[in-house]
Design a protein around this ligand. Structure first.
Ligand code: DGJ
Length: 731
């Protein structure tokens, strides 16, 4: 023991001796610099975050202290500490809070060392080690930079070797500081069928939080991403904008705090609500990744950068193709049988899509799933509906010439299920109170490894027995209710975090064993959409609201943070007052699918849909892999327009939508972006109803990219809920 103490003292001496050393750590993308510096007190401060500096030598001039003098004229020692801990001299929200074994609640973290690893020619990882000088607590900061895409991700690892567990009650992924006369926050709130509603506010002194406490269907009311305009409101094509998002499929929290001198700090991480974590000696607490980009040319550039990053580095199968599909949920709900599904498969083939996706309602025998009150957990096909099980359906799909996909909800349990009768202790539920339900269901306790094994086993069995199954729609309809884990017993404060880790464990095992299966993330619509989950999901379901008018806003907002390829959009019967063309044109700007019975459609409408699928297939690469431009905002009037441009600028697809134009409203031309000014593009309106001619004055004409970007194209009309899809082809 004595020798351990001596060793520890020696360690402290070596840390202390490093305090004198000055380190400057430059973390850069092609356009942004984050510069950290050690101060003479041995601690690490943010000296700069902004547009990349040209002269390396000038980074030496950056100061690590707040430069304004304190009221007595002395320079205050309070600076922008990179990972400030509670109980220190900083008067604002800390990144980290800890209680040591002796009850003390302070920590000061001193710089120890850092290293930079080249992951590849575009990616660098900077690892910075910090440690307390009085307690054996180590904090490691990680920064990964993606130069070309201007994206930085950062996370933190916390570790200690005190005798017993320490309690950590705040554990940010990252803390960033900004200095600007004004700050404007764009946040996104929601509910079922009302996803990603934009609201903007100017931040003033004090704190603004964006957080969730919903656990599993975590983003139902608040989304794990934001845009921050520095100096002015967020604009599409100019101004400095921070786009930030946290990769955590559970309770998250962003804290925006403006201090006494109008500096802003942005703290991102897991929401520590009800989650003081007892960290055992030598256990590593790894925070989620905070992913961000700074654009100096507005929000459009930030979206394109983060999308390019996601396709290359984060989204499951980001470089791969996507399957178009026909889904049965909106038309049949859980009421179908094998014969009816056989007809759907033929309809899918007739329509020209790649796959038929069977939704909820295929399972449960003791309690067959004819409604949403029963059977979650009993993942056996219902004999009366599907006498030949899933293999029978896979075969039928093959015969119809389409692939087959299946809906699952493996994190949930209905109290009315055989699983619940056998394992009531597998549900998150109070032992001594009446349960309350969200959608008649409970959340499985995935902090329990046995329950993780069960959920993995369900998916494993389906995929093992059906190797031709191409796609899963993985739903998650309930937030965590009745917060109590029978497994965690006296460690209930670990539930929110360990549950999410359990979800990742299942997803990791599934995607490692079945990498070829495309998986859609769904959460009662779009209540789950974060970048950690998207490592395991090839796309997400944006919303059950498929009214094309509402969708224009929903898709507009998601596109600020996610690649178009990740955004699933289906043509349905929502808002039948909109034409099938308008509904299809809206879905076609994302990853296209249909959730409608072809029997509902007239011959002309059917013909139109088939042509639209063909057009989509021929333009899929441009739409899903090109650069995306938001040209005219639906928030600015009665029209909206977006443009996809292929990487080589040879092809582009322009979508123009008239929502509810006013009588005799003046119509403005749509100015393109991202084209090659020198190239000549032929204009062709596509997706026309059978026997209809284009009303586009410029149809068939050829213009330079320069003209199309400066003068534009007259594609808006005065018709309500009308649309045009225009193909631009370089000659
Ligand atoms: C919610 C999803 O968002 C819907 O698309 C559908 O899959 C239902 N769940 C099924 O219960």
């Amino acid at each position: 023991m004595k020798s351990l103490t001596i060793l520890f003292l020696l360690l402290i001496t070596s840390i202390t001796s490093m305090k004198a050393e000055q380190a400057t750590i430059r973390i850069s993308t092609a356009e942004t610099d984050l510069i950290l510096k050690t101060a003479p007190n041995g601690r690490l401060y943010q000296a700069y975050l902004g547009e990349k500096l040209i002269n390396e030598s000038e980074t030496q001039s950056l100061s690590y202290y707040i430069t304004h003098p304190a009221s007595d004229g002395a320079v205050t020692p309070r600076g922008w500490e990179v990972y400030p801990v509670s109980g220190g001299e900083d008067y604002f929200e800390p990144a980290f809070a800890i209680q040591h074994n002796d009850g003390n609640m302070t920590s000061y973290l001193y710089y120890q060392s850092h290293e930079v690893q080249d992951i590849d020619s575009n990616t660098k990882k900077t690892i910075i080690k910090l440690a307390d000088d009085k307690y054996p607590v180590q904090v490691t900061l990680y920064y990964v930079t993606f130069a070309k895409e201007n994206v930085i991700k950062s996370w933190t690892e916390i570790k200690h070797n005190e005798k017993k567990a320490v309690k950590i009650s705040q554990y940010a992924s990252s803390m960033l500081y900004f200095e600007s006369p004004k700050y404007f926050l764009n946040e996104y709130s929601g509910d079922w069928a009302k996803e990603v509603q934009l609201s903007t506010q100017e931040l003033k002194f004090g704190k603004k939080l964006i957080d969730t406490k919903l656990g599993s269907r975590a983003a139902m009311h608040a989304y794990p991403f934001f845009q921050l305009g520095l100096g002015q409101e967020v604009q599409e094509n100019q101004g400095t904008v921070l786009v930030g998002t946290i990769g955590w499929t559970g309770n998250f929290r962003f804290t925006f705090e403006i201090d006494n001198v109008n500096n802003l700090r942005v703290i991102s991480g897991i929401n520590p609500y009800a989650s003081t974590y007892e960290l055992k000696p030598n256990e590593i607490f790894k925070t989620p990744e905070f992913i961000y980009t700074l654009s100096y040319k507005g929000a459009g550039k930030a979206s394109r950068d983060i999308s390019a990053w996601a396709l290359k580095y984060q989204l499951k199968d980001g470089q791969g193709d996507r399957l178009t599909l026909l889904n049965n949920w909106e038309a049949t709900g859980p009421n179908f049988d094998e014969n009816i599904l056989g007809e759907w498969m033929h309809e899918a083939h007739d329509l020209g899509v790649d796959m038929f996706l069977l939704d909820d309602g295929w399972f449960g025998n003791k309690y067959p799933r004819f409604d949403d009150k029963r059977a979650l957990g009993d993942w056996e096909p219902t004999h009366s509906k599907l006498p030949n099980g899933i293999p029978g359906l896979v075969t039928k799909a093959k015969e119809a010439g389409v692939k087959f996909g299946l809906w699952v909800e493996p994190e949930m349990i209905n109290p009315k299920s055989e699983l619940f009768e056998k394992h009531p202790d597998w549900a998150i539920m109070q032992p001594n109170r009446e349960p309350y339900y969200y959608r008649h269901q409970l959340v499985l306790d995935l902090s329990n490894p046995a329950v993780q094994d069960f959920s993995f086993g369900v998916i494993d069995k389906i995929l093992r027995e059906n190797p031709d199954l191409a796609y899963l729609k993985w739903d998650c309809n309930s937030p965590i209710t009745n917060i109590y884990s029978p497994y965690l017993k006296d460690k209930q404060n670990h539930l929110y975090i360990d549950h999410v880790r359990g979800v990742y464990n299942i997803l990791k095992r599934v995607t490692e064993k079945y990498p070829h299966v495309e998986i859609m993330m769904c959460s009662g619509g779009g209540a789950r959409c974060d970048y950690e989950a998207l490592k395991y999901f090839s796309e997400f379901w944006c919303s059950d609201n498929t009214d094309p008018v509402d969708r224009l806003y929903i898709q507009w907002n998601y596109s600020k943070f996610f690649p178009i390829k990740a955004m699933a959009a289906h043509v349905t019967s929502w808002n039948k007052s909109a034409s099938i063309k308008f509904r299809t044109d809206v879905a076609m700007m994302c990853k296209l699918g249909f959730d409608i019975s072809l029997k509902e459609l007239s011959d002309d409408e059917k013909e139109f849909c088939k042509t639209a699928v063909k057009n989509y297939n021929s333009l899929k690469k441009v739409i899903l892999d090109g650069n995306f431009y938001r040209l005219v905002s639906p928030y600015d009037g009665n029209h909206t327009s977006v443009l996809h441009v292929s990487k080589n600028q040879d092809k582009a697809v322009l979508f123009a939508y008239d929502i509810f134009p006013a009588f005799k409203e003046k119509l403005y031309p749509i100015k393109a972006e991202g084209l090659n000014a020198e190239k000549l593009y032929r204009i062709k309106e596509i997706n026309l109803m059978p026997n209809m001619k284009s009303t586009l004055a410029d149809d068939g004409k050829v213009y330079s990219g320069d003209y199309l970007m400066k003068v534009g194209i007259n594609a808006f009309s005065s018709d309500r809920m009308s649309s045009k899809v225009i193909e631009l082809t370089a000659e």
